[in-house]
Structure formats: structure tokens, C-alpha cells
Design a protein around this ligand. Structure first.
Ligand code: MG
Length: 261
């Protein structure tokens, strides 16, 4: 059995507009009424996030003083993952197609996210995503979980999944941050880093995932074409008989036979 574990924010959901809106709001709330600040453009802001620049630094780059930038970072942390703002998230293009493809291939599909249950349920209902993930295939945080850091919390979620689920022949993780890469590598799982999420290529390279691909759909296509488990499964052999050497000789071999006639 082939198992695919996917992160949620990044591969499936685009959080960039929510993050930018909360940035604008926190900047306004932190500066004094007449204070001149420099609100970053969306692309300036998102480039900084993708470069993993700390929130306080983003505040300073926006013209806040040191103590203001600290208050800004704190306010942002308290605000960004709260319910009024999840409505600004968007579904990533191609994400539903990718999930359909995984299901059609008969893979075991899990979601593994630092979202809390209620935050995950909100998006599942809004985008009709529950159909892809039965309840025992949703690994997220409880609503009262006290977070430490994603890079520490996510490997714990992976550990929980591996201890609860039946063993798989081949397991792959897909994610867009260092936390996904760390969670997979700690448990010897192959990991594909998605480059269209909240970290740029330079940041991802620091954690050395096995592969880099642009999107969830690219990652799914890659796994289905390269996993030993999927190459051995019947549905693929029926669909692509050339995968079995016994069934159909390769094109070059056929040419060789015809040239000898
Ligand atoms: Mg993510």
C-alpha cells in the first residue's frame, strides 16, 4: 500500500492573503496616529515570509521602532490564526485534482497540519474536502493544544500517525516548510518540498528534502510514477501495460525484431 501524507496550508490552501491582511491590520494597530510607516506591498511582504524573516524584523522594515516591532510581532501571532481571518484563505489551483488523483489511485491519504481541529474543519466544509480525509486520516492539533514550534510539534504528529496506522509499503510526505521536512526525515520518510508555499527554495534547501516540485499536483504525479508500491499495483499495470516487461516488449526491442526480418 502506498501512503501519501500531505501538509494542508501550502500544498492545499493558499494563506498568503490572510497573512498579508493581518500584517496590514497589526501595523496600523501598532503605530502611533501621526507616525510615518512604510506599509510593504503584498509581494514585498510575501517575499520576506518566504525568506523566513522574523515578524519583528518585518515590523522594523515597515518603519516601526524596536519596541513597537516587538508589540507588532506579538499581536500578529495572537491574530493570524484566529477565526475571523481564515475566510481570506484560498484553495490552491490544482489541489482538488491532485487529491482526486490520489484517491483514484487507491492510495492511503493523510492530512498532517498544525491547524487546530476547528480551523481544519472550517476549510474542509468551505471547500468540500472532508471527502478526501476520513476522520482517522486527519492529524491536526486539538483546539486546546499549547503550541511550541512547528518544527518540534510536527514530528510528534508524525510519530502519532505512525504508531496508530497500519504499516504501508511506501510512504511519502508532501509539505512546504522546514517542519514538514523535519517530521518526515526524523522518521525516515521520503519528503517532497513544494516550492509554491511559505518558504522559498533557499530556505527549503537548508533542510534537504528528497525532491523539490512546484505544486501538490506535481508531487502527486511524481509519486504515482516513481513509487515502488504504485508500480507494483494492479491498477497501474492494467492502465499502462508497458510497465510490465513480461507483457509487452519495449519499443526498441520491437524495432530490433522487425529489422531482423
Ligand atoms: Mg504548510
Amino acid at each position: 500500500m502506498l501512503r501519501i501524507v500531505t501538509d494542508f496550508d501550502g500544498p492545499v490552501i493558499d494563506v498568503s492573503q490572510r497573512y498579508y491582511l493581518v500584517y496590514q491590520l497589526c501595523l496600523k494597530k501598532t503605530c502611533r496616529p501621526q507616525q510615518k510607516v512604510k506599509e510593504l506591498s503584498f509581494s514585498e511582504f510575501w517575499d520576506l515570509k518566504r525568506s523566513h524573516i522574523p515578524e519583528k524584523q518585518i515590523g522594523i522594515l515597515s518603519g516601526l521602532e524596536d519596541t513597537q516591532a516587538e508589540a507588532f510581532a506579538k499581536l500578529r501571532k495572537q491574530t493570524v490564526h484566529t477565526h475571523p481571518y481564515f475566510q481570506y484563505d484560498a484553495l490552491k489551483p490544482g489541489a482538488v485534482n491532485a487529491l482526486l488523483k490520489v484517491k483514484q489511485a487507491g492510495c492511503d491519504l493523510l492530512v498532517m497540519t498544525m491547524r487546530r481541529v476547528s480551523e481544519l474543519n472550517y476549510a474542509f466544509e468551505k471547500y468540500n474536502l472532508s471527502r478526501f480525509f476520513p476522520e482517522d486520516r486527519r492529524y491536526c492539533l486539538s483546539d486546546d493544544y499549547v503550541k511550541t514550534q512547528d518544527i518540534d510539534d510536527k514530528p510528534l504528529l508524525m510519530e502519532k500517525a505512525l504508531s496508530e496506522l497500519p504499516p504501508a509499503t511506501d510512504t511519502w510526505m508532501i509539505g512546504d516548510t522546514e517542519a514538514d521536512i523535519a517530521a518526515a526525515k526524523k522518521h525516515g520518510i521520503k519528503v517532497i518540498a513544494i516550492e509554491s508555499g511559505i518558504r522559498n527554495r533557499t530556505q527549503l534547501e537548508r533542510y534537504q528534502p528528497n525532491y523539490y516540485l512546484p505544486s501538490l499536483l506535481d508531487a502527486v504525479n511524481f509519486i504515482l510514477n516513481n513509487s515502488d508500491a504504485s508500480l507494483n499495483s494492479n491498477w497501474l499495470l492494467e492502465k499502462y501495460s508497458q510497465l510490465s516487461n513480461q507483457k509487452t516488449p519495449s519499443i526498441d526491442y520491437q524495432k530490433l525484431i522487425s529489422s531482423k526480418k
